[in-house]
Design a protein around this ligand. Structure first.
Ligand SMILES: Cc1cc2nc3c(=O)[nH]c(=O)nc-3n(C[C@H](O)[C@H](O)[C@H](O)COP(=O)(O)OP(=O)(O)OC[C@H]3O[C@@H](n4cnc5c(N)ncnc54)[C@H](O)[C@@H]3O)c2cc1C
Length: 333
C-alpha cells in the first residue's frame, strides 16, 4: 500500500485527521476542504477486475482511487490455473504483482479498507468507508466480486478451493481420472455431471437429501454409469485440505479424491443496491458490453457481473476502464 508520506507528496493534499489507522484518511487538494478532492473514478474492489480497470485508467492519466478490503473469493486456492502466463501460480502472487504494476502509475491511489456506502450526487458519487472516510469520484466502478455461501457440512470449508472445487477449467486437470464426487442436486447436479464426465469417468453424484433431478436427467446420468446417492452427508473426511471421503448419515464412507460443488454466490457488497443498479435473474449486476450498469456513471466488472474466471475478470476490467475513460473524455471534449 502507498505510504501516507508518499501519498501526500503525490497528491498535494492536506490530511484532515491526525490518527491514521493504517489506511489513508479524508483528504483534499491543498487549501480546500477534504470533501472537495474529486477522483475521476473510484473503484470498489482491488483484485483482478478492479486492478485491470485501474491499469487502463492509470495509463489514461486518470486520477483513480482503488478501495479494497483484501478478501478475494479464491484466497483459499493453493494455485490458480487457466490464465495465460500465470498457470499454476498462487492467486495472491498474481494479484500482488498486478497491484505492484498498477501502483507504479502515480495517479492511482490505494486505500485498504471496506466501502460501506455509495450515493449519487449532482456531479458524481460519494463513497464512505467503514473506517469513517469519505471519497468523491466522477464515476464509480464496482469490482467487488461475489461471496460463496458454503454449505454447513463439517469439513466442507476446509477443503473449499483445494479439493472441493467449483470449476473444472480451474482445477479439474489436477484431479483428472480420479474418484470424484459431485455435491449438488437438481439442474446443477445434472449440469456438473455432464461437464465433469469429460474429466473423470469415476463419478458419483451426492444429492445430500432426496433427489430433485428429473426422470430424464436421472436416465441420462445412469446411462453414463454415474452413481447417484441421496443419503444426507454427515461430514467430509480430509487430511489438511485434501478430501479423503464423504461420510453419510447411514454410516457409509465413500472414498474420493475430489468433489465439485457450486454453492450459492452472493454479491460481496450491497452498494449496487444502494445505488439502484438492476440485477439479472442469476443475481449478477446487469451491464452492457462496455460494463455500464443501469445507473448512469456506475460501471461493474468481474465476478459481480460476469462468468467467474480471472481471464474474464481482467477482460471486463479492461473494458470498464476503456468505457469510463471514453465517457469522461466525451463529457469535457
Ligand atoms: C476457490 C476458487 C478457486 C478459483 N480458482 C480459479 C482458477 O484457478 N483460475 C481462474 O481463472 N479463476 C479461478 N477462480 C475464479 C476467480 O478467482 C474469480 O473469477 C476472480 O477472483 C474474480 O475477480 P474479481 O476481481 O471480480 O473478484 P475477487 O477476486 O473476488 O475480488 C473482489 C475484491 O473486492 C473486494 N471488495 C468487495 N467488497 C468490497 C467493499 N465493499 N469495499 C472494498 N473492497 C471490497 C474484496 O475484498 C476483494 O479483494 C476461483 C474461484 C474460487 C472461489
Amino acid at each position: 500500500m502507498i505510504t501516507r508520506r508518499k501519498f501526500i507528496s503525490q497528491n498535494g493534499i492536506l490530511l484532515s485527521l491526525s490518527a491514521l489507522p493504517g489506511a489513508l484518511v479524508s483528504f483534499a487538494p491543498a487549501g480546500t476542504k477534504p470533501e472537495t478532492a474529486v477522483f475521476d473514478t473510484i473503484i470498489i474492489g482491488g483484485s483482478y477486475a478492479g486492478l485491470s480497470a485501474a491499469l487502463a485508467l492509470g495509463r489514461a492519466f486518470r486520477k483513480v482511487l482503488v478501495i479494497d478490503s483484501g478478501q478475494p473469493c479464491n484466497k483459499q486456492a493453493p494455485a490458480s490455473h487457466n490464465f495465460l502466463t500465470q498457470d499454476g501460480e498462487k492467486p495472491a502472487v498474481i494479484r500482488n504483482k498486478a497491484r505492484q504494476q498498477v501502483a507504479a502509475y502515480k495517479n492511482v491511489t490505494f486505500y485498504d479498507g471496506l466501502a460501506i456506502s455509495g450515493s449519487a450526487t449532482s456531479n458524481g458519487f460519494i463513497v464512505k468507508t467503514q473506517q469513517g472516510h469519505q471519497f468523491t469520484g466522477k464515476k464509480l466502478l464496482l469490482a467487488s466480486g461475489v461471496k460463496d455461501v458454503l454449505p454447513d457440512i463439517a469439513g466442507f470449508s476446509a477443503c473449499w478451493g483445494t479439493s472441493i472445487i467449483h470449476c473444472p477449467y480451474c482445477h479439474g486437470y489436477e484431479y483428472g481420472h480420479q474418484p470424484t464426487g459431485i455435491i449438488a442436486n437438481g439442474d446443477t447436479a445434472f449440469e456438473l455431471a455432464q461437464l465433469i464426465s469429460n474429466w473423470s469417468k469415476q463419478l458419483t453424484v451426492f444429492t445430500n437429501g432426496k433427489s430433485t433431478l428429473t426422470t430424464e436427467q436421472l436416465q441420462r446420468i445412469q446411462k453414463n454409469q454415474i452413481g447417484i446417492v441421496e443419503t444426507d452427508i454427515s461430514r467430509i473426511e480430509h487430511q489438511g485440505a485434501q478430501l479423503k471421503a464423504l461420510h453419510l448419515a447411514d454410516g457409509s464412507r465413500h472414498p474420493l479424491q475430489a468433489a465439485y460443488a457450486r454453492p450459492k454466490a452472493i454479491q460481496h457488497s450491497d452498494i449496487h443496491q444502494q445505488l439502484g443498479c438492476e440485477l439479472i435473474p442469476q443475481g449478477l449486476i446487469k451491464t452492457d458490453a462496455s460494463r455500464r450498469t443501469s445507473v448512469p456513471g456506475v460501471f461493474a466488472c468481474g465476478d459481480n457481473s460476469s462468468f467467474r474466471s480471472i481471464a474474464t475478470a481482467v477482460h471486463s476490467g479492461s473494458m470498464a476502464g476503456f468505457a469510463i475513460n471514453a465517457e469522461l473524455t466525451g463529457e469535457t471534449f
